[in-house]
Design a protein around this ligand. Structure first.
Ligand SMILES: Cc1cc2nc3c(=O)[nH]c(=O)nc-3n(C[C@H](O)[C@H](O)[C@H](O)COP(=O)(O)OP(=O)(O)OC[C@H]3O[C@@H](n4cnc5c(N)ncnc54)[C@H](O)[C@@H]3O)c2cc1C
Length: 364
């Protein structure tokens, strides 16, 4: 097995599997039941800092849980972990009390504003005005923006470079211009900022630190996405295996056909490769290594691979797999978004090569 887990992590995986089975038995609208059960199972605090009552877990432990939930194709997994600090991690007062603490306690909701419309006249910018910044610009794809109390927003500060600024959504000049839902069922919003006066103490860290902070948040998320995709690959292999063991109209098992066996072999090879790189990278991250390029490699490979694996599984199962409510239909929609979210695959490929050729980073 690529993961070679310690007894503690094996026990965590068993707990995760039991939790995934519990999720599979629930109906919509049972968020508080999930949160209570997740706290009891010791999963909820894994993404939260100890200073705020959490029990922060290693990258490997988080990988085990994320992969384990997806390996059962469990629903409602968005409620399992408590809100993490994201780019607010380690922020100073007064932001720590006004935004970070209520975010972690579930009293306020935050969102992440990075992507801008293609036709934006200029990037979102902030101009110094004494004790505040005056912000103008737009963000086009803010997940959870419709119910967010604040948006951690990438802005260009005049003369100082990119920075992350916390913009409360109820400030004068903030307009929610559009709400929309993507193929995977997640909800988003677009925003316009028109002369928004944001207190200077809402700046996270220092001017110029914006891009590294945003990229660190995105980097962690990329490995989390790869872990889920790895689990979904395992689920897909299991689903196809059960299917091809069954007889077709001829009375022979579907797996009697060599063409079916070849497709199934590809699924197993892909799942093995995705898991191997994921677990290696999680261990490197826990050893304190720079894994920016490896997390990119994992995210691109896992998202591209799970996309083609689910597509192949639908082809093997047939038209029934496309009927609304079939688990493969739902998974097909769910995984498609991941080749764009947190970095389009081609953009990440170019970043990886820049890391290698220009920055001498990354390993094989
Ligand atoms: C489900 C989902 C959730 C999201 N949540 C958020 C969020 O919370 N906050 C947020 O800010 N954004 C969010 N996004 C937006 C996401 O980050 C962007 O969709 C993604 O970065 C791609 O940017 P884009 O859509 O502007 O496409 P573009 O940047 O226009 O890219 C489209 C295509 O153009 C090509 N391309 C673009 N640039 C290059 C290049 N430099 N070199 C080569 N080819 C290139 C690639 O083929 C690429 O796939 C989300 C997206 C999705 C799907």
């Amino acid at each position: 097995m690529p993961e070679s887990l310690s007894p503690e992590l094996l026990s965590l995986r068993q707990r995760t599997e039991a939790f995934a089975d519990f999720l599979c038995g629930l109906k919509e609208g049972q968020r508080s039941t999930i949160v209570d059960a997740s706290k009891k199972a010791g999963l909820f605090g894994m993404t939260q800092p100890a200073a705020y009552g959490g029990a922060p877990a290693s990258t490997l432990a988080l990988t085990v849980v994320r992969e384990g939930l997806a390996a059962r194709n469990a629903p409602f997994t968005e409620h399992v972990f408590g809100p993490g600090p994201g780019v607010l991690a380690g922020c100073a007062e007064p932001l720590a009390s006004s935004h970070l603490q209520p975010l972690l306690a579930g009293q306020k909701r935050g969102a992440f504003g990075f992507t801008e419309p293609d036709d934006a006249p200029q990037p979102t910018s902030a101009v110094d005005d004494g004790d505040a910044f005056i912000v103008h610009g737009q963000k086009s794809y803010v997940t959870g923006g419709g119910s967010a109390d604040f948006i951690n927003t990438l802005v260009q500060i005049d003369g100082a470079g990119p920075a992350m600024l916390v913009i409360d959504t109820d400030l004068p000049g903030v307009t929610l211009t559009r709400r929309f839902t993507s193929l995977d069922g997640s909800h988003h919003a677009a925003f316009a900022f028109d002369g928004v006066r944001v207190p200077k103490h809402n700046l996270i860290g220092k001017p110029g630190e914006g891009m590294p902070r945003a990229m660190r948040q995105i980097g962690d998320t990329r490995l989390a996405i790869a872990a889920s995709c790895s689990g979904w690959l395992m689920w897909t292999v299991g689903f196809v295996e059960a299917h091809i063991r069954q007889p077709d109209r001829s009375g022979q098992p579907r797996a009697a056909k060599e063409g079916v066996r070849l497709r199934y072999a590809d699924l197993r090879i892909q799942a093995y490769a995705a898991r191997s790189m994921l677990y290696r990278t999680a261990r490197l991250a826990d050893a304190g290594e720079n894994v920016v390029n490896e997390a990119i490699a994992c995210k691109v490979f896992a998202t591209e691979t799970v996309g083609s694996a689910v597509d192949a599984a639908i082809q093997l199962v047939g038209g029934g797999a496309l009927v609304e409510g079939h688990p493969l239909e739902g998974l097909y929609r769910r995984v498609r978004a991941l080749r764009l979210a947190e970095g389009a695959s081609d953009v990440l490929r170019l970043n990886l090569v820049r890391g290698n050729l220009e920055l001498d980073k990354g390993r094989l």
